[in-house]
Design a protein around this ligand. Sequence first.
Ligand code: F0G
Length: 428
Amino acid sequence: MSGTIQVCAACGSETPETDPHPRCPRCRGLLEVRHQPPAQGGNALRATFDARWGVRRGPFASGVWRYCEAVLPTAGEHILSYPEGNTPLLAHATVARWTGVQDVLLKHEGQNPTGSFKDRGMTVGVTQARRVRARAVACASTGNTAASLSAYAALAGLPALVLVPKGQVALGKLAQALAYGARTLLVRGNFDDCLELADQASDRLGVYLLNSVNPFRIEGQKTIVLELLQQLAWEPPDWIVLPAGNLGNTAAFGKALEEAREWGVIDRVPRLAAVQADGAAPFALSFRGGFAERRRVEPHTVASAISIGNPVSYDRAVRAIRSTNGVVTSVSDDDILEAKAVVDAAGIGCEPASAAALAGTRRLVQEGVVRPRDRVVAVLTGHLLKDPETVRHYHEQIEPPHSPPPARANRPIEIEARLTEVERAMRG
Ligand code: F0G
């Protein structure tokens, strides 16, 4: 008998793990996957995970399925893995100096197969789609979920439908969805409109919804935390800082930490810091009001991945912030672009939304919330090449053409094909 069930966070009703509804079939509340605690926790569970480290073939080669006891113990032969995960934890002195924390490590989720952390949730989501015999899969997206869903659906041989806000998706992400063969709908509206539409479509048209509403996505994304803890020899950092949009990842991190402590994998819980863009900060606004009220905004930010005004995992994320004694903050687009320029010029690179994690770290240090001697892990959620237009705008100053270039701009220099011009450019 399976020890995994789905529980509705709103009405408490329980459904079997293979129930295909992405929301509670009774009240449409958000579901949570609940596993029976593994027979052996603590040292024994850590040793199990450690023994799988470096396995090169089969499910355990994945940085998601290595932790299958905590993800989906019963997935068995349905597992569809690229593999994904196994992303590096990087240190860089210049980046650390910019944030004001000596010991800041970058968990680079942009190194996943489709260039973002979404692959960790998608391997589990598409695996579950196969288990429930879904005919097709769908999502709304600011781009990365669409790219990931399109790739994993193609690997599984399932038709995919993606709904993205027209004109608001970074070029690399849109290119991926098209190339991987998803039916791609450019919706005249924002992400929140897309999600509402995808939700309705999944109900009426019988396609399996793979947004982070789907609790199996959350199970996969928990492994970002498990993997970084393992990379730190199970010694938790003081803080984990992440960008926050629809709040699936914030929810996943909180759940991972709660379970890791319950199962004796760690004995101390790091604090979560969720970072939004000032122009799309409904969660930060709620936090500032003590979570007394759920807020909605009309989102506008250069970090298109987190341009979201009505985050669907709000309740789950409130729990994650509370249970980790966490904080929520927001940063300006200028700070995001500066943080990105620092990470990029360090040779590491990330997309704008990811840089919000570092801009947020710096802000929290300046406010005295994070102390300079704390150990911080900042999660870089997506790859630099996801959003090449933002890079060009920043460095080439495409618009507005008259304003002074940003301090860290690296302007390209056009020359005639003559050696003297190369020499002059080098001296300049
Ligand atoms: N960083 C990147 C690069 C993202 O693509 C997203 C979300 C986030 C951070 C925020 O994560 O939504 O779990 O709070 N992208 C979603 C998408 C919305 O459709 O690709 P979140």
